[in-house]
Design a protein around this ligand. Structure first.
Ligand code: MSP
Length: 524
């Protein structure tokens, strides 16, 4: 039977236009979804919007429209953005969807009837942008420890969730599943700052505003936005609805991708909610770091915000996907600068990859009228090239399976460089001049084969470019399959297009760096 693969992104707050940091999580999830589909798995990929809560209510009031009108507009913007970035999500959940509201209401009732919820009073601090409760001791200089903004004093009647009841089970779960939360450094942070010091009960309702799902047992309360939001991962699959076939098929999630700022909610509260609902826990939680700008976090006031749609309009979608993904090392923050964007674009995409494809197509046309032949000869460099590629593919797979995207891309680039070197080593123009046509056939075959493999490997990251390469090469569908990296198809008589089309136009760094800086200022 086909393996299933359920992957989720966080659902985003539609409190503003999405910048490249938000896009990072979604693009990363899309890469993994595409990679697992390539491997023949039955993939279900979910993203969506977190539309309730005080932050959204305030935002819509500022704009003088109803919260529903506001989120409706933002939802169409978000869907359009993901379409533009070639995101292949199977569903788009909104927490205002009836299916979600109904299921959250039912889940609240279950938890209430189980005795996991009790009524109390909360006195403490609340950060509206992060929608998070804090105790005095958690604050840093009296401000939110996560975003550094002012917190509000709140005192309200609220329902609490009895987290403590599940503390031992959670600890045991982490002991028995040491690779659940990765990277391991992130797991250690969570264990040290929360699990090992004891977990506090959590407020799960609010009364000071009403933009949310009503608490079924006490409708002057709305469900706390994080309980509401976390449940999206199962309500989207039809949990507690009449048709829960997707739930049966896809839950538990195979990978949930989140940024480090929301790890506490996903590493502690979410597993506990699932335990309380008697559901299995996700198999893996992958936590990534942040894309930073040269002067720190992206913020409108600093004028350093980069939006992915504006970047895509100016330089193409794949340039955006590639450079954003390449900006973050595993387990660390990464930096995005206009200079690094142009450098990656010009060197890796345009020079290394683009020229390889273009040169090869030109040579196949010039020397062999565009046709690929098998040869009886081998040059002394052929085995070395092919062994190198086989080995790099293995290394690539290890890295992508560990979600080390920068390293995975590094192995594909190694193949690109090695193949460029092969052209220098074999000097096809000399073979042609010396009329060594059998050697030449072998070199063209190997080059063609290497580019075909490079294109298969690059597909999850830069799908439009890969398709473009496949078209220029004239490969069949079967020759695009991931399996054909190993079970090599016969490429004899394949024919490339008559005139290669450049994959990426070289950018003038001086002009484009200034243009990017201007785009950041104007749009912040
Ligand atoms: N609504 C919650 C998530 C609920 S999930 C049940 C939320 N939304 S968010 O819009 O604020 O953030 C969504 C994601 O974007 C998070 O994973 C966050 O880490 C990520 N990023 C926001 N800025 C980022 C960068 N600068 N770099 C990388 N990712 C960043 O939190």
């Amino acid at each position: 039977m086909m393996n299933k693969f359920y992957i989720t992104t966080p659902i985003y707050y539609p409190s503003g236009k999405f910048h490249i940091g938000t896009a990072y999580t979604t693009i990363l999830a899309d890469v993994l979804a595409r990679y697992h589909r390539q491997k023949g798995e039955d993939v279900y990929f979910l993203t969506g919007l977190d539309e309730h809560g005080q932050k959204i209510q305030i935002k819509s009031e500022e704009m003088g429209i109803s919260p529903q009108e506001y989120v409706d507009g933002m939802a169409s913007n978000a869907k359009e953005l993901w379409k533009k970035l070639n995101i292949t999500n199977n569903d788009f959940i909104r927490t205002t969807d009836k299916r979600h509201v109904d299921a959250v209401t039912k889940a609240f009732n279950i938890l209430y009837e189980n005795g996991d919820i009790y009524k109390g009073k909360y006195v403490g601090k609340y950060c509206v942008p992060c929608e998070t409760f804090y105790t005095e001791s958690q604050l840093v200089d009296g401000k939110c420890p996560e975003c550094g903004r002012e917190v509000k004093e709140v005192e309200e009647e609220t329902y609490f969730f009895n987290m403590k009841k599940y503390e031992d089970r959670l600890k045991k779960f982490y002991e028995e599943n040491p690779n659940f939360l990765v990277p391991l450094t992130k797991k250690n942070e969570i264990m040290n700052s929360f699990v090992n010091v004891g977990i506090e009960d959590l407020c799960i309702s609010r009364t000071t505003f009403d933009w949310g799902i009503k608490v079924p047992v006490d409708p002057k309360h709305v469900v706390y936005v994080w309980l509401d939001a976390l449940l999206n991962y199962i309500t989207a699959l039809g949990y507690l609805s009449e048709d829960d076939s997707l739930m049966k098929k896809y839950w538990p999630a195979d990978i949930q991708i989140i940024g480090k700022d929301i790890s506490r909610f996903h590493a502690i509260y979410w597993p506990i909610f699932l335990m309380a609902l008697n559901l299995p826990l996700p198999k893996k939680l992958f936590v990534h770091d942040f894309i930073m700008m040269r002067d720190g976090k992206m913020s409108k006031s600093k004028g350093n915000v980069i939006y992915p749609d504006i970047l895509a309009d100016a330089y193409g979608v794949d340039a955006v996907r590639y450079t954003i993904l390449k900006s973050l090392p595993y387990g660390q923050d990464g930096e995005f600068t206009p200079e690094s964007f142009i450098e990656k674009y010009n060197t890796e995409l345009c020079n290394d990859l683009g020229n390889l494809v273009n040169r090869t197509i030109a040579m196949i046309n010039k020397y062999q009228n565009g046709v690929i032949y098998k040869s009886n000869c081998k040059t002394s460099f052929d085995d070395e090239l092919n062994n190198y590629i086989t080995n790099e593919i293995e290394l690539y797979e290890k890295e992508i399976d560990n979600i080390n995207i920068q390293n995975a891309l590094g192995h594909i680039l190694n193949i690109v460089s090695r193949t460029n070197k092969y052209i220098d080593e074999t000097s096809p123009w000399v073979l042609y001049k010396e009329e060594k046509y059998e050697d030449l056939k072998s070199v063209m075959y190997n080059l063609y084969e290497a580019i075909r493999k490079i294109s298969i490997l690059f597909y999850p990251f830069i799908p439009t470019t890969s398709e473009n390469i496949f078209n220029q090469l004239g490969v069949t569908n079967e020759q695009k399959n991931y399996d054909s990296l190993r079970y090599l198809p016969d490429l004899e008589n394949n024919k490339v297009i008559e005139k290669g089309i450049p994959l990426f136009e070289r950018l003038d760094a001086n002009i484009e760096i200034d243009r990017l800086k201007e785009l950041m200022k104007v749009n912040s």
